[in-house]
Design a protein around this ligand. Structure first.
Ligand code: ASP
Length: 583
């Protein structure tokens, strides 16, 4: 046998009938019938049916006896048209088959831990045998789709004049709000690198260094609890440009999104994407990443409820409500109340307006005409209230809105809703210590005209930060940066950092800022999230070849593992007994 294959399995076509070709792939299925052996041979491109007929190829028929699922075969034979009754219109190759002349078992397979066509396999098992999982259609599609999109992203960035520059993995800690993964240095015992939480400071330094349009598909490491949209290590399209307006940065990203859709042959979302101020997003949707595939907006009733006879409303700092387009039963309302409590509500006041317009509610008797008018809801609906601090009300109604959207089938899953959320607060107050801390990262610039609020009214200082949201997922964040050392120093000070601390942590960067720093700004697009959504997946692990489990380990290799004492000793590290023995 010479060439491994002339055609991929899925490439054999009716116009190949009469040709002799070689194919190679995995055995998806074998069937014996009427003295013949039928083998579905599969590779990433599709399936072709082999027919082994002992009268045509006695040697091949002998070999075929041995063949089991997932053996690797090479077959050479003639492409023939199937009998009309045997045509499978569901398959591109369903009208033809390969009458085998030569058959070779290239590699055998042990019985598999799961069947590749079983969709119900638990994730730990899929990850433990990821190489088998990768053979399946879903993972093949996701991994290949990812490669197509990444290639389109690179082309778009390069067409827009960006150059790909690498930044170090092992570095000084970068403040992105997570814990660092640390790397001990054998040659300098007691000292550690941090794995980059992002290339943030390096990309800003590129602007100082005159590389005015930088991008990178950067891997970032953040030690935080894992979720459906979070991994310890993840990729982002990281970019930075000099002398940009905010619109310039948004434009770059919109082009990248459009190019990605086009690369997949999909209709791109219309540009420009809608923009919404953070404060409006919180007010109307109770979220800084609202899902706009359904309406259901939160409404404010703080003013009409001042002086209400219903004490819960009168005494709350903020009263807001949602009008669900359905008449909820008592049991359903009870369940929604439980849900609201999980999000911090003390209870869930409601008004049910039935089909005839009659209002059913334990609180109706306390409410004035004016209040009832303010909550006016159509017949056949339920008004659900939250009354508390604005932050709590936003959290509760934001969660309730999403829950109702899903439960009532309000989400139009055929829509793709992109959104820019702008004008985030510059600082937020730490719930425990009451100290001001950054919302994005400490290098985010204040909105023009808000510089003086840094000291006088930090809670009301807005930043020039922006997030990209797609169907309720935060795809990424960016900002126009602080490019002046004095403003940077003021922000550090507002966060309670002394001059000395700022010098120790960021002295090198503050020094760089003093040496001719052009205004600059950038963005980081969470690539795994973007790819997952493009692939129609709700978990980023489905677009990562070797992800960690929700518990943070890799079932395939067994990492992380303990390290022998001898290796730890070389690094100058001794483990506390409760941290394990190191063996
Ligand atoms: N460094 C930020 C992040 O990783 C993104 C940015 O501000 O460009 O989220």
């Amino acid at each position: 046998m010479t060439r491994w294959r002339d055609l991929y399995c899925g490439e054999v076509r009716p116009d190949d009938v009469g040709r002799t070709v070689a194919v190679a792939g995995w055995v998806a299925r074998r069937r014996d019938h009427g003295g013949l052996v039928f083998i579905d041979l599969r590779d990433h491109s599709g399936v072709v049916q082999l027919v082994v007929n002992p009268e045509r190829a006695a040697e091949a028929a002998k070999i075929a006896h041995d063949i089991r699922s997932e053996f690797v075969l090479r077959a050479r034979g003639e492409v023939v048209a199937r009998a009309p009754e045997a045509v499978n219109p569901a398959l591109a190759t369903g009208a033809i088959e390969l009458q085998v002349d030569e058959l070779e078992i290239v590699a055998r397979s042990e019985p598999l831990p799961f069947q590749l066509d079983d969709d119900g396999v638990e994730e730990p098992l899929r990850l433990r045998y990821r190489y088998l999982d990768l053979r399946r259609d879903r993972m093949q599609r996701n991994v290949r789709l990812s490669a197509t999109v990444i290639s389109a992203i690179r082309s778009s960035m390069e067409e827009q004049g960006f150059i790909d520059v690498w930044t170090p993995t092992m570095t000084l800690g970068t403040p992105e709000g997570a814990r660092d993964f640390l790397v001990p240095v054998r040659l300098q015992p007691g000292k550690f690198f941090a794995l980059a939480q992002s290339p943030q400071l390096f990309k800003q330094v590129f602007m100082i260094g005159g590389l005015d349009r930088y991008y990178q598909i950067a891997t970032c490491w953040r030690d935080e609890d894992l979720r459906a949209d979070r991994q310890f290590e993840f990729r982002q399209l990281d970019l930075e440009l000099a002398f940009p307006t905010r619109e310039d940065v948004l434009d770059v990203l919109e082009r990248v999104v459009v190019a990605s859709f086009e690369a997949l042959g999909r209709t791109p979302p219309p540009r420009p994407f809608p923009r919404l101020a953070y404060a409006d997003a919180m007010l109307r949707y109770g979220s800084d990443k609202p899902d706009l595939r359904f309406e259901l907006e939160i409404q404010d009733a703080t003013e009409p409820t001042r002086g209400s006879e219903f004490g819960v409303f009168a005494n709350a700092e903020c009263v807001r409500f949602l009008v669900a387009p359905t008449v909820f039963s008592r049991a359903q309302l009870q369940r929604l109340e439980e849900f609201a409590k999980e999000w911090g509500a003390k209870g869930l006041a409601y008004l049910v307006v039935d089909e005839s317009g009659e209002v059913r509610s334990p609180i109706a008797k306390f409410l004035s005409e004016r209040e009832l008018e303010a909550f006016a809801a159509p017949h056949g609906s339920t008004v659900l209230f939250a009354a508390d601090t604005p932050a709590k009300v936003e959290r509760i109604l934001g969660a309730l809105r999403l829950q109702l959207g899903e439960e009532l089938g309000l989400v139009d899953t055929t829509r793709d809703e992109f959104l820019w959320v702008l004008d985030f607060p510059l600082f937020e107050q730490d719930e425990d210590t009451g100290e001001w801390t950054f919302v994005h990262h400490p290098f985010t610039g204040p909105l023009e005209g808000h510089e003086d609020l840094i000291e006088s009214d930090p809670g009301n200082a807005l930043s020039n930060a922006y997030d990209l949201v797609w169907n309720g997922w935060e795809l990424g964040s960016g900002s126009i940066r602080i490019h002046r050392q004095d403003v940077q120093a003021r922000v550090f000070r507002a966060m309670g950092m002394t001059e000395d601390e700022a010098q120790t942590k960021f002295g090198w960067f503050l020094e760089a800022l003093r040496m001719g720093t052009p205004p600059h700004g950038g963005f980081a697009l969470g690539l795994d999230r973007f790819l997952a959504l493009l692939a129609g997946e709700s978990n980023i692990r489905e677009v990562i070849a070797f992800p960690k489990t929700a518990g943070g380990s890799d079932p395939l290799t067994g990492a992380p593992t303990p390290i022998p004492d001898r290796v730890l000793a070389e690094l100058g590290i001794a483990l506390k007994p409760e941290a394990g023995t190191g063996r």
